[in-house]
Design a protein around this ligand. Structure first.
Ligand code: KIV
Ligand code: ZN
Length: 525
């Protein structure tokens, strides 16, 4: 049976230390509920002595959130510990987490003290916390830079004083994975009493090694990981929950003897909630939860994924609650990828249609850099519901300002003929539509016009739809472009081209009716 690695989530405490990320009580409770659904073992809900507001938030989480152990942080000061206990004691399972700096830098520069006094202070603090709560965690702050012999003595003493979890933080993100693993292994060898308690990792990301250091410590025998969602936290942040958990889940040959209680399918939802409520956006290439984490853009990779996803995918996006891998189509995505996505959208196109669509796709990719699946859907619709382009837009120029009457200058091609017109209008679209009517030589009744953004972002594609009426028959047109005027003009021309096609069909039928039917020659026997 695999051994459990306890996931201690400190998003609401270390994560909330990010400037500007302060949460209101209701927001903390909402995130804490989601952390419970995610399956974390311990929620560090705040630092209750830091403010009355944070006290209330931690108290609300302790009372309202069921499942995980609820804790908060307290300095090694009686007043802080009392306040923390008051905040968490309403939880079904509560923990007191307290800490003291044990490195010489902290002892001498922060406390102006010496190792013996600090050791005693640690022991007295733990004993006091244990008099209030049976579950006490002690953190030897700046453990990665603490003299190893002194760290062993301190850890041994606080375990004897009653601490059930010993946290060995790399407070300043200084260690390397090798050093962290070494420290944990040697600590376990030197302090046999650690067999009865949980050793915990708490790594900061100043050198970008927080996740690696946490995993190295776990591999060496630590059984609790202190992490935050999206890796947020003081300065460069903490080890990211999603990275630590997914590494344990994914690399079975290394961590197969371990398991976590995390429901990985809740990862994406939790990540988005934390990002939205704390106002901290997630970098696109962030491992596991970034918007590009499962987006394959190069043609070679897309081709590989289509053949077999294991070629370029080590985690299935569905396993972390994401939607199936997204392909960001760029000008480098090949025809094969395009064909695959068209089929995925449920369309069957002939090779000729795919060729034509591919050219349009390349033109759009040049304009937009990244083509989304929604953009592709529009291109497919346009290809499928094509009418002969009797009138084709060559050029449109708009002059529009808040002071002057809008003006449009338009150049259309009708077969080999190029026709130009200019007009004013109440708005730029009306001006352009007037030009079209002059060129076509007919006024249509516009019965409907719509403009919607189909994709997101400032470079979104706008889709224009129009409906015109002639003699009781309605002709619909649609077109899309990153330029909304171009989309509107093309949609109108699309409807007019349908009208032209219908007119020509009617003329052809009339002509056919006027011609006498040829007599069939009957062969004689
Ligand atoms: O980084 C750190 O050392 C901490 C402790 C107080 C646990 O956040
Ligand atoms: Zn920290």
């Amino acid at each position: 049976m695999a051994e459990k690695v306890f996931i201690f989530d400190t998003t609401l405490r270390d994560g909330e230390q990010v400037p500007g990320a302060k949460l209101a009580k209701e927001q903390k409770v909402k995130i804490a509920r989601q952390l419970a659904a995610l399956g974390v073992d311990i929620i560090e809900a705040g630092f209750p002595a830091s403010s009355p507001g944070d006290f209330e938030s931690v108290q609300a989480v302790a009372r309202e959130v069921k499942g995980p152990i609820v804790t908060g942080l307290a300095r090694a000061i009686k007043k802080d510990i009392d306040t923390l206990w008051e905040a968490v004691k309403g939880a079904k399972r509560a923990r007191i987490h307290t800490f003291l700096g044990t490195s010489d830098i902290h002892i001498q520069k922060k406390f102006r003290s010496d190792r013996e006094k600090i050791l005693q202070w640690c022991v007295d603090t733990v004993k006091y916390a244990c008099s209030l709560c049976p579950d006490v965690e002690f953190s030897t702050e700046d453990a990665a830079r603490t003299d190893f012999d002194f760290l062993c003595r301190t850890v041994e003493a606080v375990v004897k004083a009653g601490a059930k979890t010993i946290n060995v933080p790399d407070t300043v993100g200084y260690a390397t994975p090798q050093e962290m693993a070494d420290r944990i292994r040697r600590l376990k060898e030197r302090v046999p009493a650690l067999d009865k308690v949980i050793l915990s990792m708490h790594c900061h990301n100043d050198l970008g090694m927080a996740t690696a250091n946490t995993l190295a410590g776990i591999h060496a025998g630590a059984r609790q990981a202190e992490v935050t969602m999206n890796g947020i936290g003081e300065r460069a942040g903490n080890a990211a929950l999603e990275e630590v958990v997914m590494a344990i889940h994914t690399r079975k040959e290394i961590f197969g003897h371990l398991r976590t209680g995390i429901n990985t399918k809740e990862i994406m939802k939790t990540s988005k909630m934390v990002s939205a409520l704390m106002g901290l956006s997630i970098q696109r290439n962030k491992a596991i939860v970034g918007s590009n984490a499962f987006a394959h853009s190069s043609g070679i990779h897309q081709d590989g994924i289509i053949k077999d996803r294991s070629t370029y995918e080590i985690i299935r996006p569905e396993d972390v609650g994401g939607s199936a891998h997204s392909f960001t189509l760029t000008a480098r995505s090949g025809r094969a990828a395009l064909k695959h996505h068209i089929a995925n959208l449920g369309h069957k196109l002939t090779d000729i249609q795919v060729d034509s669509l591919y050219q349009k796709f390349l033109a759009l990719a040049d304009k937009k850099k990244e083509v989304m699946i929604e953009d592709l859907e529009i291109l497919v619709q346009e290809e499928l519901f094509k009418v002969p382009e009797t009138y084709r837009l060559e050029h449109v120029q708009i002059l529009s300002s808040t002071q002057a009457t809008p003006m449009a200058a338009l150049r259309l091609r009708r077969h080999d003929e190029v026709i130009e017109e200019a007009s004013t209008g109440n708005g730029p679209i009306e001006a352009a539509y007037k030009c079209i009517e002059r060129i076509v030589g007919k006024k249509f009744r516009l019965i409907n016009f719509g403009l919607t953004a189909v994709t997101s972002g400032k470079d979104a594609i706008g889709e224009a739809t129009v409906r015109i009426r002639d003699n009781g028959t309605i002709f619909a047109g649609a077109a899309s472009s990153t330029d909304i005027i171009e989309a509107a003009v093309k949609a109108y021309l699309n409807a007019i081209n349908r009208w032209v096609a219908e007119e020509e069909k009617t003329k052809a039928t009339r002509k056919a009716k006027r011609k006498p039917a040829k007599k069939l020659a009957v062969a004689s026997p």
